[in-house]
Design a protein around this ligand. Sequence first.
Ligand SMILES: [Zn+2]
Length: 316
Amino acid sequence: MASSERDIWAPDEDPWTARAEGALYALGASYLYRVAEEVHLRLGLPFPQGAYLEALRLRPQAVAKGRGLSREEAMARAEELYERVLAGHERLPPARYRELAEAVTEKWYAEGRLETRAQRRSVAAYLLGMLRGGKRVGLGWRGLLGERERERLAYVAARGAEFIRKLKEATRQAVAKVLLLWHEEGGGQPKDLEGKLQEAFGGLARDWRRVAITEVAHARSSGYLAALPEGATVEWSAAKDACPRCRALHGRRFRVRHAPGDPREEVWPGKGWERGPTIPLHPHCRCRWIAVTQPVGEVDPEIEALAQAVIRAAER
Ligand SMILES: [Zn+2]
């Protein structure tokens, strides 16, 4: 299958891409962690920190800081909710669960400045693609790129913002769904609720990892093609564990255009897979373009330095 379960957690072979994927993934995963923690606290459930770090594949230091509930605040809410709901004395109106899901997901979205940071990471992936294509471009890209390229970067940034917003919405829905179902089924043990929440967050993290890989691949591939001269030839290099569709395209050559062209023979920055063969071909596609004229070997130290600066800025 195209978007198979083949190891989504393995980092990309290209160290720059691996860092870009890691940074975009960690942004969403750390958001999920914060939301999960606050949902637990507000419900008066113990928060299994270690289990969440493991399920979300997060290092403790990667968890974004922010103003969470104070301990007193959490305890006060916990007591109230625990007494009334979890201990089974009272049923809250279902709308309260939706409010909770909404409030917590919104709060951490704003707190973590998620949109701005997702945009920065998508732009970084594009710049890394350009650097792989041999273009000397770094954090000062605004002064270095033409209008068309700046517009493309604005598009890449807008996509990044859309995807992270989708994560927030999916999180809100998942939390509300778990709470409502639990309510509908008459409550039950707090332990059951904990298990259901953990399952939901694990699923969200896996979906986000796939999105992060695909978005980085899309931005990187666009940047790479944009860095090459119009008319250059690129060859499809299938990932080692590529799906049969991608494997069949391995070695096939395409002409680079800077604007949409013939979708069978040509590729251009931002070409979508619905338009014809392009990389990424599907979610979690790790194939890449290789310009046939590009010398292989050591990366120019100047380009490596620019890439490292772009990566560091994206990880902030
Ligand atoms: Zn592929």
